[in-house]
Design a protein around this ligand. Structure first.
Ligand code: MSP
Length: 607
């Protein structure tokens, strides 16, 4: 039987679209999944959404949804669109409102109950709705939740308790014996110390909630959302994947749930435990966690549109050692794009192919591999870094080799060194083939572009050895990465600052500005940045072509109230008539639509 590799991300709350934080876990999980698929290991990559939280209800109501399920369906579409754009190759996208998940979660609750590990009790204490967690005094900082900076609510309620205390010693044993159960090492100690301070029984149901999964034997209670959410790792996958390697990637804020509560539930139901729970750090901005609730979120899509998906994936993995915290910096992203992706990798490909074009009429001629350069690539080491969940170091190691190949070309000077030219260019081309293969899990689009130019197809890691590139013709194409020019950005900023001349009040009065409601949105077939909107402006539904593509998903736009300049002369924008202009604000990172602060009927005048 084939070896299995099962990798999961946390399932995300649906109160907002993905942030850099959620993209981070998901991209790393994607890298690990793709890596194992290339090793021909039977791989399953699970991600999805945690939809049964009270936060879902709150967010839906804030957005004027009366049907909560409709809200989660709309959000699920957005999340999937984002993952598609970021090339996330998940095998299943679980949603906890799926009836199959609900049923299995109830079965588990029953199982634990029948093991006499669940009993009815009264909880009196604090609850943070942001974390969906019962809090103790020592979990707080100055009375506030350290993650959400909010005061937890006081509750006193009857609910079902899980006998977590019963598993205290078993958990200590497990974690002490199994050094890989919690990674990185520092987190393992943190959890061990926490358990040793004493585990208390835990409420696993909540009364009087309007949204969630019913406790199977008590309809007045709903499953505590974490009990339900953790079970996605069972309900989202065929149990044959709970075999060789089961890896949960989580942020450090949710490691306790995964390293204590989750294994305790599995111990109670006597099921296999995960191999590893790996807790990564936070991306911060000025030291604060980037998060929806703190309002400092940067959209991964905006960044991908501006710099490319691969530049974003590369930056996120390479910049901060996986497991540690780090500050997000657009400047650092730009530097890595310019220096590493464009210079080191992009130039290596284009200079090699230019030489092949010039001296060998675009032909790949088989030559002798340089054994010194060959020895600079250590596949086993890279693989073992990935197996130890160190994608940052693995990528750096690949990069070291890319630099070596550049140095090799510089030293050998194949443009003047006729004697060795064939061997040098073959060695460089074959190295590029292996580089593309190794980079596929990290930056799949780029890897495919390299393959296309080398005129080869992606294979697997059996081919991560030298000398396999066959004779043939190259297919030199576009450069891999365009550099971001600092100059351009500065000029743009200066223009923005320049003030326009004063206008008379009467001139302003000539403008007719109205509230509109977007009925539909689609992509412009012949333009990169334009969307075609149907907008109800009270008088009629008009077509407006707007340059906001990439800043909003089509789903997000539908139903949105906006502000429209309605008496602008119609214009033809690449074959589509635009009958008005949508008002939006922009800086050099993003465009945001202006919208009325409260709902108001389409056609209302803006004064
Ligand atoms: N729904 C729970 C998880 C249930 S898993 C059975 C949840 N959801 S979440 O949407 O709030 O967060 C999901 C993950 O995103 C967490 O691992 C969290 O650490 C991670 N991140 C959110 N913001 C982050 C950063 N700024 N940086 C890195 N990851 C962070 O918790």
């Amino acid at each position: 039987m084939k070896k299995t590799f099962f990798i999961t991300t946390p399932i995300y709350y649906v109160n907002a679209p993905p942030t850099i934080g959620s993209a981070y876990s998901t991209i790393v999980a994607d890298v690990l999944a793709r890596w194992h698929r290339l090793k021909k290991i039977d791989t399953f990559f699970l991600t999805g959404l945690d939809e049964n939280s009270s936060k879902t209800v709150k967010a839906a109501k804030e957005k004027n949804y009366t049907n909560i399920q409709k809200y989660t369906n709309d959000m699920a579409r957005i999340w999937k669109e984002v993952w598609k754009r970021l090339n996330i190759s998940y095998d299943n996208f679980i949603r906890t409102t799926d009836p199959k998940h609900k049923k299995i979660a109830q079965n588990y609750f029953n199982k634990v109950y029948k093991k006499k590990d669940i009993y009815l009790g009264t909880y009196e204490g604090l609850y943070c709705e942001g974390c969906e967690e019962f809090k103790r005094g020592l979990d707080l900082k100055n009375g506030l939740c350290p993650y959400h900076k909010t005061t937890p609510i006081k509750i006193k309620e009857q609910n079902y308790f899980f006998k977590l205390s019963k598993y205290q010693n078993k958990l200590i044993n497990l974690i002490e014996k199994n050094k890989k159960f919690i990674l990185p090492e520092s987190r393992r100690e943190e959890i061990l110390n926490f358990i040793k301070t004493g585990l208390h029984d835990l409420s696993v149901s909540r009364p009087n909630l309007e949204w969630g999964i019913d406790v199977p034997f008590d309809k007045k209670q709903k499953l505590w959302v974490w009990f339900d959410a953790l079970l996605n790792y069972k309900t989202g996958v065929n149990k044959r994947y709970w075999k060789d390697q089961v890896i949960h990637l989580v942020g450090k804020d949710i490691q306790k749930f995964h390293c204590i509560i989750w294994p305790a539930i599995l111990l109670s139901t006597r099921e296999p435990l995960p191999t590893t729970v790996f807790s990564h750090g936070f991306f911060t901005i000025n030291g604060q966690k980037i998060s929806k609730s703190l309002g400092n979120a940067i959209g991964p899509i905006e960044l991908a549109n501006k710099y490319s998906v691969d530049a974003l994936r590369y930056y996120l993995i390479r910049e901060i050692p996986f497991g540690q915290d780090g500050d997000f910096s657009e400047n650092a992203l730009k530097n890595r794009l310019n220096n590493e992706l464009a210079n080191d990798l992009g130039n290596l490909l284009s200079r090699t192919l230019t030489l092949v074009e010039k001296f060998f009429d675009k032909k790949i001629k088989k030559g002798k591999i340089d054994s010194k350069l060959k020895n600079k690539l250590n596949f086993k080491k890279i693989d073992s870094l990935i197996e130890n969940i160190n994608p940052t170091e693995a990528l750096s190691e690949i990069w070291r080799f890319i630099k070596e190949v550049n140095k090799y070309i510089n030293d050998k000077k194949p443009w003047e060194n006729e004697k060795e030219r064939k061997d040098v260019l073959y060695t460089a081309l074959d190295s590029l083939r292996i580089i593309a293969l190794l980079l596929f899990p990290f930056i799949p689009d780029t890897s495919e572009k390299i393959n296309k130019q080398l005129n080869i197809k992606l294979t697997n890691f059996k081919d991560a050895k030298f000398g396999l590139l066959k004779e043939g013709k190259i297919n030199k194409g576009e450069i891999l990465f365009k550099k971001i020019e600092e100059q351009k950005i500065k000029e743009f900023k200066n223009n923005e600052i320049k003030q326009k001349p004063m206008v008379k009040y009467e001139d302003f009065q000539k403008l007719e500005i109205k509230v509109g409601k977007i009925k539909s949105a689609k992509e412009h077939p012949n333009a990169d940045k334009l969307l075609i909107l149907e907008v109800d402006t009270g008088d009629r539904v008009r077509q407006i072509v707007a340059g906001i593509k990439g800043h909003y998903t089509l789903e997000e736009l539908k139903g949105k109230e906006i502000v429209v300049l309605t008496n602008l002369e119609p214009r033809d924008l690449r074959g589509f008539k635009s009958e008005g202009m949508l008002l939006a604000a922009s800086d050099d990172n993003k465009i945001v639509i202006l919208k009325p602060e409260k709902e108001i009927k389409p056609g209302s005048g803006v004064k």
